[in-house]
Design a binder for this molecule. Structure first.
Ligand code: SAM
Length: 260
């Protein structure tokens, strides 16, 4: 069972997108895409559309943005957020069913979405099909094995993290992407770490949202409410005592499709 992005976790997702981690990630993507006015760009798994507004501004009125996501609830939020832009089109489909024309996009981007697609191969085939020769693919996915809290009792902490593994299909997608892209004719394949560490949290810390997401999910995987309360209070205590930590390791993978 995966994360339910339509539920109140959507609120945490929004707060996360607006945190420093979300902003840093979006800036890195926009920088890598080298957008020009008039471009056509698709954001695969666009969620609530935080990147779409930036893409829409960058391509201008002569450009076209597609936001693809299978979740109606997410696209409804995206429509609301992006209501002032007329150059954004929404596609309520899975990543392997964009239904766009062959060679129609200057760039394809995706943020923390492909790791949730159980069979990522047809999704990458689709991305390759719709990308123009020489077009850019920019993906950010998290190395989930390094998405970790420190400071709670080791055994309980391990149990919570182990339960969280079921929240997505691919724990280490960035390690597998280069080969998958190379086999599809991509070149200039580069990886860039967007890793961060947090040892002190404020109210708007990505570590707080991540803790809540992980705790909610662990509850759906059979951990008891008591265990989750314990885990949270142990983290809180660790922080008060200056021995708390949270690490996340997003990776930006960029590549260009060789001329066909
Ligand atoms: C963690 S959210 C990321 C949303 C957005 N890219 C962001 O960075 O805020 C993951 C998104 O992937 C979408 N998703 C899940 N399965 C998908 C699929 N098969 N194809 C495309 N998107 C999918 C979810 O609906 C959700 O909106």
């Amino acid at each position: 069972m995966g994360v339910d992005f339509d539920s109140d976790l959507g609120k945490l997702q929004r707060l996360m997108a607006e945190s420093i981690a979300g902003t840093t990630r979006r800036n890195a993507i926009l920088n890598e895409l080298q957008i020009q006015a008039g471009n056509t760009i698709i954001d695969v798994g666009c969620g609530a559309g935080h990147l779409l507004t930036h893409l829409a501004k960058a391509v201008g009125d002569s450009g076209t943005i597609y936001g693809l996501d299978p979740s109606k609830a997410q696209l409804d939020q995206a429509r609301k957020r992006c209501s002032e832009f007329e150059n954004i089109n929404y596609i309520e489909k899975n990543a392997d069913q964009s239904q766009l024309e062959n060679n129609s996009c200057n760039s394809v981007t995706s943020t923390q979405a492909l790791e949730y697609v159980p069979d990522v191969e047809p999704a990458l085939d689709e991305i390759t099909r719709i990308l123009k020769s020489g077009g850019a693919f920019v993906n950010v996915s998290i190395l989930w094995d390094h998405f970790k809290f420190y400071g709670a009792d080791e055994k309980l902490n391990g149990k919570v993290h182990e339960a969280y593994r079921a929240h997505c299909s691919h724990q280490m997608l960035p390690m597998e992407l280069p080969g998958k892209l190379e086999r599809r004719g991509f070149e200039n394949i580069k990886d860039r770490s967007l890793a961060f560490v947090i040892t002190r949290r404020n109210g708007n810390s990505p570590a707080r949202y991540s803790e809540a997401l992980m705790a909610n999910f662990a509850l759906t995987q059979g951990l008891s409410a008591e265990e989750i309360l314990d885990w949270k209070s142990q983290l809180e205590r660790a922080e008060q005592q200056g021995r708390f930590g949270f690490t996340s390791f997003p990776v930006l993978t960029s590549a260009s499709l060789s001329q066909r």
